[in-house]
Write a protein of this length. Sequence first.
Length: 291
Amino acid sequence: MAENSSCASASSCSRGSCEGCPSHEATKAGVRNTSFLEAPNPNSNIKHVIGVVSGKGGVGKSMVTSSLAGVMARAGYKVGILDADITGPSIPKMFGVHGPAAASAEGMMLPEVAEDGTKIMSINLILDDEESPVVWRGPVIAGVVKQFWTDVVWGDIDYLFVDMPPGTGDVPLTCFQSLPVDGIVIVTSPQELVQMIVKKAYNMADMMHIPVVGLVENYSYIKCPDCGKKIEIFGESHIDEVAAELSLPVLGKMPMDKALASAADAGRIFDLENEYLADAKSILENVEKTV
């Protein structure tokens, strides 16, 4: 195994070869290596890039991404979503947008714009058939994500949310290295293994010297429609304990809400104000540029 696990070439280097390496020296100094960053499209002016990640799949990360974008859009900010979940894109469906994406006079891709003004770029907007599977290997997928940054004319954006695939593989690593991510939001669910899963995502961000903005617990509970009692069907929440241990804020606890699911299925996720993420606005407003 490579000696310097946080080096971009960790799979092929040793302790001896790491000495003097720019990536290694930057890691030792506790600073983020900017040599891998891709230049944004010259016609894009993006103030903040926020990654939304999860240590495992099935926790509703795309729902949280859409909801966070909605929170900031309702606050008057210009928002966009870069759908980096190439093999499981769901953002266009939630916002009711469809391809094919248009191109500028210079041949650059233009994001689709939802009814609420949210700008979106996703693989589903450039496929001939939205239901066609994306059967590509990791390097190809990572290349497409970079193109969504370099070849898309985003225009003026206050907050660009990047909906990443679950886990700590090729695409999250590409996003962390190639995009100037100012912070990440970790999405999880209230299961016993949550602590381990959250820490995997947290430790990856720490290795890349990217701040963690906070945690969101999805599927936190279901509210009885008759008596209003909260029923924790996935077990007791541990998110506050994990957040305290990592010194992170909890941005919200989202229940299993039929209204949210119905709005997403109808392509009208922006119609609902997500009250469960009300605390996220002020925290996101205080995110600082890291690159």
